[in-house]
Design a protein around this ligand. Structure first.
Ligand SMILES: Nc1ncnc2c1ncn2[C@@H]1O[C@H](COP(=O)(O)OP(=O)(O)OP(=O)(O)O)[C@@H](O)[C@H]1O
Ligand SMILES: O=C(O)C1=C[C@@H](O)[C@@H](O)[C@H](O)C1
Ligand SMILES: [Mg+2]
Length: 168
């Protein structure tokens, strides 16, 4: 069994995928994203999983992807924005180095507006994102061993701060 050097959690648009890739480059380790693992498991993009099989099925695939990656990936691991909703995932994160990328609503809305492919945010993204963030804030705080603010900061700067945090 091997465990990630760092696990990233945070709201949609907090930059887990972007900062995670940069952090892995800086550390010279591999980068894995459970959203990508789920798409490989299902053989289709996440929006299609939501349409064809529904959110409950997606969450089941997500639990399997999170548990597998936490015991097999030695590099940087980004979790999907909703992975902390599952008690099983939160329990599995105990004992890991978990960095919460915090973001306020204004920056999160700007960022998710830049990219498509977020099925939960396809209708009324600002209000939906606010609701998701209010619901999940305590869950990110529960699993995090450190929190890094991302608002108004470049991914490279955020990744460099995490490198410093990881130094013994
Ligand atoms: N610190 C940042 N400053 C400006 N833009 C950013 C920053 N971090 C990420 N972005 C941009 O915001 C968008 C969302 O970033 P990203 O996909 O990394 O978020 P995420 O946390 O992985 O979201 P999800 O939970 O949906 O997977 C991308 O277009 C990315 O380029
Ligand atoms: O916030 C969420 O619940 C999600 C975030 C994305 O990373 C994907 O995991 C999926 O679109 C669901
Ligand atoms: Mg992502």
């Amino acid at each position: 069994m091997t465990k990630p050097v760092c696990v990233l959690v945070g709201a949609p648009g907090s930059g887990k995928s972007t900062v995670g890739a940069e952090l892995a480059t800086l550390l010279g380790v591999g980068f894995r994203d459970t959203d990508t693992d789920i798409e490989q498991m299902a053989g289709k993009p996440i929006p299609e999983i939501f349409i064809d099989e529904g959110e409950a099925h997606f969450r089941a695939l997500e639990r399997a992807a999170v548990l597998a990656a936490l015991t097999s990936h030695p590099g940087v691991l980004a979790l999907g924005g909703g992975a902390v909703l599952a008690e099983e995932n939160r329990a599995a994160l105990i004992g890991h180095t978990v960095v919460h990328l915090s973001v306020e609503l204004t920056d999160a809305v700007k960022r998710v507006g830049l990219g498509a492919g977020r099925p939960l945010l396809s209708v009324n993204p600002r209000a939906t994102l606010k609701h998701l963030m209010d619901q999940r804030r305590p869950l990110y705080a529960e699993v995090a061993t450190a929190t890094v603010v991302t608002d108004g900061r470049a991914p490279e700067e955020i990744a460099a701060e995490i490198v410093a945090l990881l130094r013994p």
